[in-house]
Design a binder for this molecule. Structure first.
Ligand SMILES: [Zn+2]
Length: 198
């Protein structure tokens, strides 16, 4: 279900999909419910018990996320589960989820699933990882400058998500650029497939 919420490819691990979708893993949710009950039995107000239990859940989820061996790229982007999950604005969509998971129109991914004979970039022949597309490739220099102008600083895989989760306007404008890049890449991949077929 979290896979569908995050609009993710089926190859994305459940742990990564859950974080992207912001859906608390079911075992943590059950533990949380039990703790709320226990705190109320100890005499805490419901709201107070809920807030305390949720803070603990997010802490446990953070620890689990840090140990999760899957989705290294997503880990680089989303370091703080609480900040990500509690953001007030910021929907994930088909293209932005490709960027967040690395599962999508990237040479590294297409090569890994056997759709491309190599992992090279369409535009510059470097290894086309999501990091290459968004932060390095010369094809997107202008878009990157626009994103940096929105962010008010040089965006990196380590700071980008934090900067946009605390500011809904920055999220929207940055993700529009990300979506545009991913859409153009998709068109270009399709065009190449058509040429290769004929
Ligand atoms: Zn490139």
């Amino acid at each position: 279900m979290s896979l569908r919420v995050a609009c993710a490819y089926r190859t994305v691990s459940t742990g990564v999909a859950a974080v992207i979708a912001g859906m608390i893993p079911i075992d943590l949710k059950i533990e949380e419910r039990n703790r709320i009950r226990a705190y109320r039995l100890e005499g805490e107000e419901t709201e107070e018990a809920r807030a305390r239990a949720r803070a603990e859940t997010l802490q446990k989820w953070q620890e689990r996320w840090e140990r999760d061996p899957k989705g290294q790229w997503t880990h680089k982007l989303i370091q703080n589960v609480r900040g990500w999950v509690n953001r007030k604005e910021g929907e994930t969509e088909y293209e932005t989820t490709q960027f967040l998971t690395g599962h999508g129109n990237f040479g590294t991914y297409l090569h890994r699933i056997g759709k491309k004979p190599n992992d090279l970039c369409l535009y510059c022949e470097a290894r086309d990882s999501p990091e290459h597309t968004m932060f390095e490739c010369d094809r997107w220099t202008r878009e990157r400058q626009e994103i940096n102008a929105i962010l008010g600083t040089v965006g990196t895989p380590e700071n980008l998500i934090e900067l946009i989760t605390i500011d809904g306007k920055k999220w929207k404008r940055t993700m529009e650029k990300v979506k545009m890049i991913m859409k153009i890449k998709e068109q270009d991949y399709r065009a190449i497939e058509t040429i290769e077929r004929n």
